[in-house]
Design a binder for this molecule. Structure first.
Ligand code: AMP
Length: 359
């Protein structure tokens, strides 16, 4: 089903990702209706309509579904019951299989392994005994990660030989978790890609990511990998999007182990939504990830992912947002601010994209 301009896109989640999807929708003559439980959301300011209600509020969800033509989301932890209720009423894109695979790290790892995609050695760690066994197998080193609701390093505990596994489980409040072996990566990269309703696929060049306190701080495009590694990363992303029958944009985070001819890839995690490491595409590519997502979920043809140059995208985190004037004074810098009222350390307040001539 293909929508026409004038149609309304429903977006679950009111953060900066929802805001930028809503703006892209408006540019294409579409309306956005944002649904989020929290007040004062960045996306409310730019949407044609918004609903402030809980994800479990069935009446509000039904009214929302009646008011929109397609439903999408800006975060992968949409409660299963919310997605299921909406999917009975309107198309939800990307669909339930993408959500299921991305919501639970154990399901995600098993899905990736089943596809033949390389992942870090992992073990289910439902209790202390299982965790001790897994740690022994991984030489005492590993990262304990909650299966659900972890992001930006939250819900993770690094374990070294001699550490107390009990204390690590206490730190994540006994939540169901997996242990992952440490990947000795040289770089972290991501592929942001889109799949259309007809199965068409388009990816931007992989970006290389740097983090500060587990939060993305910088994306450089292209990533400093060999062309073969970049091509392999894009091919992996394509297999993942195809397997999930994904309609929309998805981010695939990967580790690159080794350098040069010895490079190999390990998939870290997938996110069936527009991705922070793809923010540079507005305006660093012919089609931004936000426009591409809107095109895909409307059943429209995908646009060109060609880059306009060499790119650096820097997140403005916490007080870093106070640097907005500097960005305005930099001739080749493009500033995006999310309109958040309160700054907090590490909080994503905006970003700056710079486009340089290709070397
Ligand atoms: P995640 O929430 O899984 O994306 O993890 C956040 C960050 O922790 C990643 O971007 C890596 O820098 C680091 N990390 C996660 N898993 C591993 C791993 N298995 N080995 C080494 N570093 C990791």
């Amino acid at each position: 089903m293909s929508l026409a301009p004038g149609a309304t896109i429903g977006i679950l989640g009111g953060g900066q990702l929802g805001r930028m999807i809503a703006l892209a929708a408006a540019d294409l003559g579409l309306r956005a209706h944002v649904y989020a439980p929290e007040a004062d959301q960045p996306a409310f300011d730019v949407a044609a309509a918004f609903t402030c209600a809980a994800y479990g509020d069935e009446d509000a969800l039904a009214r929302f579904a009646a008011a929109v033509d397609v439903v999408t989301y800006e975060f992968e932890n949409v409660p299963e019951a919310t997605a299921a209720l909406l999917a009975r009423l309107k198309p939800v894109r990307p669909g339930p299989s993408a959500l299921a695979a991305a919501q639970d790290r154990l399901v995600e790892k098993r899905f990736l392994e089943g596809l033949g995609a390389p992942v870090a050695p992992f073990a289910d760690a439902p209790d202390e005994t299982a965790l001790r066994e897994a740690l022994a197998r991984f030489g005492g080193h590993g990262i304990l990660k909650t299966r659900r609701l972890g992001y930006d390093g939250k819900g993770q505990v690094r374990l070294r030989p001699g550490d107390d596994p009990r204390a690590a489980l206490d730190a994540i409040e006994g939540a169901p978790a997996i242990l992952e072996a440490l990947v000795p990566f040289a770089r972290e990269i991501s592929v942001v890609a889109a799949r259309g309703i007809d199965g068409a696929f388009a990816a931007w060049d992989p970006g290389e990511n740097e983090h500060a306190d587990h939060v993305l701080s910088l994306t450089r495009v292209p990533a400093r990998t060999t062309p073969a590694t970049s091509a392999a990363a894009v091919a992996l992303a394509r297999r993942i999007l195809d397997a999930l029958d994904c309609v929309g944009v998805m981010g695939v985070e990967l580790f690159v182990v080794g350098r040069g001819a010895d490079e190999r890839l390990v998939v870290n995690e997938i996110a069936p939504r527009v991705h922070n490491s793809g923010h540079w595409t507005d305006p660093g590519a012919v089609t931004s990830q936000f426009e591409q997502h809107v095109r895909a979920i409307c059943g429209w043809p995908l646009g060109s992912t060609a880059r306009r140059g060499r790119i650096e995208m820097r997140n403005l985190l916490g007080d870093g947002a106070l640097g907005w004037r500097d960005a305005l004074a930099t001739p080749d810098a493009h500033l995006r601010l999310y309109g958040k009222r309160d700054r907090a350390p590490g909080r994503k307040m905006g970003h700056v994209t710079r486009i340089f001539p290709e070397v």
